[in-house]
Design a protein around this ligand. Sequence first.
Ligand SMILES: [Zn+2]
Length: 159
Amino acid sequence: MSNDPTICPICDNVLKYRDSLLRHMKLEGQNRKNYMIRRLQCTHCGSLHRELPDCFVPYKHYGAEIISGAVDGIVTSTDADSEDYPCEITINRWKHWLAFNTNRINGYLRSIGFQVLGFSEELLKSTTSLLDELRSSNPEWLETILRFIYNSGGFLGVV
Ligand SMILES: [Zn+2]
């Protein structure tokens, strides 16, 4: 994501580098991985944003597009024209990962949905799953979720 223009998701102004933090991420089993995360500050509204490191996207070598396609049933393991396509076991792990994180994602979406995603107040007050709402309205739902959650300093669990 480091090649993206660094634009404040709140006010659309330019972000500038502020500092870096050392964090660690739990991987499967007992493994942990240390990484540096860059913090950027908006030159206009002063809000802080963390850059989304590539290693944060679970099973990232497939890319968020394939993961969301697989979870949505658009990409299946029978799409055998590319060896990059995931097998059934992998797809099931992604579904499991998403189910595991659904409550957490909905919590984040509820807190950023109005400001960042343009969800209506009615929708935010309803008991509708905002994740389902986003999945049905935005083909890039997974990228959107990951970016906003990590920018706001949160992150999702790894199953
Ligand atoms: Zn800003």
